[in-house]
Design a protein around this ligand. Structure first.
Ligand SMILES: [Zn+2]
Ligand SMILES: [Zn+2]
Ligand SMILES: [Zn+2]
Length: 184
């Protein structure tokens, strides 16, 4: 079935979302600009805190957990500002970003990653490097089509598609060749 067509998946994913080296500052500025635009169009409030959380999540293509984000927010406070940021504040910001398609939650890592195409409604499928945690969102409608077909065949009603494929990214295969040996 089409789920195995990894190379096809890589080549059709959006250009800034692959594992290849790239100028990541473009990813960050694009993501924030797109978030501003989407929130403006939908009259959603991208508060400074929500925007700050989104910016942290976009600092890399590695998913971040809520606790890490909380620490980053605390560290960003001006010296002398001792007001605490409560965990629910961060969770609410994450909920807003997730509900509006700006970030995805990676269930297996309990962490969040920025969405590369937040304007399109889509199901999320991911390649996750188990060594460096780099995560790539796949743009592969064929996966959804295969799941929908299987659901139809078995009479199953799909409510949430969560496809997280674990492995090694190209960089980690090179740095750490022994990691690719042994059991799969
Ligand atoms: Zn990037
Ligand atoms: Zn997405
Ligand atoms: Zn890696």
């Amino acid at each position: 079935m089409s789920i195995g067509h990894k190379l096809k998946a890589m080549s059709t994913s959006t250009n800034t979302s692959g594992f290849e080296q790239h100028n990541h500052s473009h990813c960050i500025s694009n993501a924030l600009a797109e978030a501003d635009l989407i929130c403006q169009q939908k009259t959603l409030r991208l508060t400074p805190l929500r925007r700050q959380v989104l910016g942290y999540i976009w600092q890399s293509h590695k998913p971040l957990g809520a606790y890490t984000l909380l620490e980053m927010l605390a560290a960003s406070r001006a010296p002398g500002n001792n007001s605490r940021i409560a965990p629910p504040t961060v969770y609410r910001a994450l909920e807003f970003l997730q509900e509006n398609g700006l970030v995805h939650r990676i269930a297996s890592l309990n962490a969040y990653i920025g969405c590369c195409s937040p304007s399109d409604t889509h199901q999320s499928h991911f390649f996750i490097c188990r060594h460096c945690n780099s995560t790539v969102e796949l743009a592969t409608p064929a996966i959804s089509a295969a799941i929908a077909q299987s659901a139809q065949d078995t009479g199953f009603m799909v409510e949430d598609e969560c496809v997280e494929v674990v492995g090694l990214c190209p960089q980690c295969q090179n740095i750490n060749p022994e990691a690719t040996g042994g059991t799969a």
